[in-house]
Design a protein around this ligand. Structure first.
Ligand code: NAD
Length: 479
């Protein structure tokens, strides 16, 4: 294992101070391209979590009374500093999680938009006047922040997730404790420095790095935490949901996906094919909203597979700093084994590998499979790699039925010129998001982003977070 000289050692950011883990221990963060040590990070403990929650709790009373102008100014300053430190943030996304530069730049600009959009929320924390049945009674509601928000984020789009959720929580007057993925702590630590430099008061934003499996429960089970925003795998999400249910802690869950795209015979394949490729190959398929199931009407099935295969053969797998590179290394040994097992299991049970299936270092080639059937693991489970199955369908109705045949319900898409079928699909698909003639990989700062079933519950985005991270209070005045 290579260890670079000057390898950074990350600390926790608690109460406006950098501090080592209470145990003094650190852990290695590996660059997924070659498994060299990218950095070391404080191995946070339960005590560190409690310290961070206490810091956020004690910062809350003063912070909740800050003015919209102050919070808006701090958030806009965060965006300015992000732009000044763009190169550092983009480099981190490339070397810490293996983002090709194209994805790193995309993630940076989305993150910037998330912060700016949040700044607009500060002036929108409002209630309403309510007519009263009692003569002389003036009745109204006000909207109040909840308190301490725990933000737990995944490795794959860490900057998008932390900018959106932390900025929205801070915009409406909450304080925050963040637990980043142990695979991507550096980007959170860089963001913490930016938040501090922008002027946010000490304790309003805290980061504890460490292994979620060791210290996550200390955060989510804390009775001092008033809201949990979790993005990650379904299995961890279900565990956290049970903990939060015990304490009646409100929670949003943004979990895994098995997103379908239906392509009808009247679709314009010249337009569809680049979007189909984007839907699964971006960041090597490590996207919750990646399309892992394509249902294609039989008259165009062979042509679709042929063209998809041609595109897949040309998808860039070169230097991560080459703008033509799309395919990222798979993040960890555990995740690589998952992708390998899914492909091997499908092949053993009779799937046809149209293209791909092999590995170049830690990168899996873009892989298209046909003849995928029920008993294969990848038919139903999230693979989280550049691997997708293409199924023929005989009608739109069959496409809708098959697309709905899943326990997940995150993103979905349909390509057709038939507006009636497209809207019928949008209304009847059991997913939280549906894109007509667009790719499943799509997001904006102010939309209700989220899924159903095993893909989670609740929505995120400026308006959704405003509602989720605040509570209404009813006030009356007898005149
Ligand atoms: P993961 O579930 O392994 O980890 C996510 C986070 O949970 C990490 O910060 C981890 O440290 C933490 N964690 C682990 N155990 C915990 C516990 N007991 N208590 C609290 N926190 C704990 O997920 P990952 O591999 O980092 O990310 C990939 C998964 O995330 C995929 O399933 C993907 O679909 C999903 N994802 C969903 C969305 C969405 O918006 N729906 C977006 C991105 C990723």
């Amino acid at each position: 294992m290579n260890v670079k000289t000057n390898t950074p050692i990350l600390q926790n950011w608690i109460g406006g101070e950098w501090c080592d883990s209470s145990s003094g221990e650190t852990f290695e963060v590996l660059n997924p391209l070659d498994d060299s040590v990218y950095c070391y990070a404080a191995k946070g403990t339960g005590d560190d979590i409690r310290k961070a929650v206490a810091a956020a709790k004690s910062a809350f009373p003063a912070y909740k009374n800050t003015t919209p102008t102050e919070r808006e100014r701090w958030l806009l300053r965060v965006a300015e500093i992000m732009e000044e430190r763009k190169a550092e943030l983009v480099d981190c996304l490339i070397d810490e999680i293996g983002s090709p530069i194209q994805k790193a730049m995309f993630e940076f600009s989305k993150g910037l938009t998330m912060v700016r959009a949040a700044a607009g929320l500060c002036r929108n924390v409002r209630g309403e006047t309510i007519p009263s049945d009692t003569p002389g009674k003036f009745s109204m509601s006000i909207r109040e922040p909840l308190g301490v928000v725990a933000v737990i984020t995944p490795f794959n789009v860490p900057l998008i997730k932390l900018t959106r959720l932390i900025s929205n929580a801070l915009a409406v007057g909450n304080t925050v404790v963040q637990l980043p993925s142990e695979l991507s702590p550096h980007i959170s630590v860089l963001f913490a420095q930016i938040v501090a430099d922008a002027g946010f008061p000490p304790g309003t934003f805290n980061v504890v790095t460490g292994y979620g499996v060791d210290i996550g429960d200390d955060l989510t089970s804390s009775t001092e935490v008033d809201f949990v925003s979790f993005t990650g795998s379904t299995v961890v999400g279900q565990h956290i949901n049970e903990i939060c249910a015990k304490n009646r802690t409100p929670i949003t869950l943004e979990l895994g996906g098995k997103s379908p795209t239906v392509v009808l015979a009247d679709a314009d394949l010249d337009k569809v094919m680049p979007l189909a490729a984007r839907s699964i190959f971006m960041f090597g398929g490590q996207a919750c909203i990646a399309t892992s199931r394509f249902y294609v009407e039989r008259p165009i099935f062979d042509e679709f597979v042929k063209r998809f295969s041609m595109i897949a053969s040309k998808v860039g797998m070169g230097d991560l700093r080459d703008p033509n590179t799309i395919i990222a290394p798979i993040i960890s040994e555990r995740q690589r084994n998952r992708v390998k097992t899914h492909i091997a299991d499908a092949v053993e049970k009779g799937a046809t590998v149209v293209i791909g299936g092999e590995w170049e270092g830690n990168r899996c080639q873009p892989t298209l499979l046909t003849d995928v059937s029920e008993e294969m693991t990848l038919c139903r489970e999230e693979t989280f790699g550049p691997v997708t199955a293409i199924y023929p369908i005989d009608s739109y109705e069959e496409g809708l039925e098959k697309a709905n045949d899943t326990e997940f319900g995150l993103a979905s898409a349909i390509f057709t010129q038939d507006i009636s079928k497209a809207l019928h699909f949008a209304q009847n698909i059991g997913a939280g998001m549906c894109h007509i003639n667009g790719p499943t990989i799509y997001d904006e700062a102010h939309v209700p982003f989220g899924g159903n079933g095993k893909s989670g519950s609740g929505r995120e985005g400026t308006d959704a977070d405003l509602e989720a991270m605040t509570e209404l209070k009813w006030i009356t005045v007898q005149l």
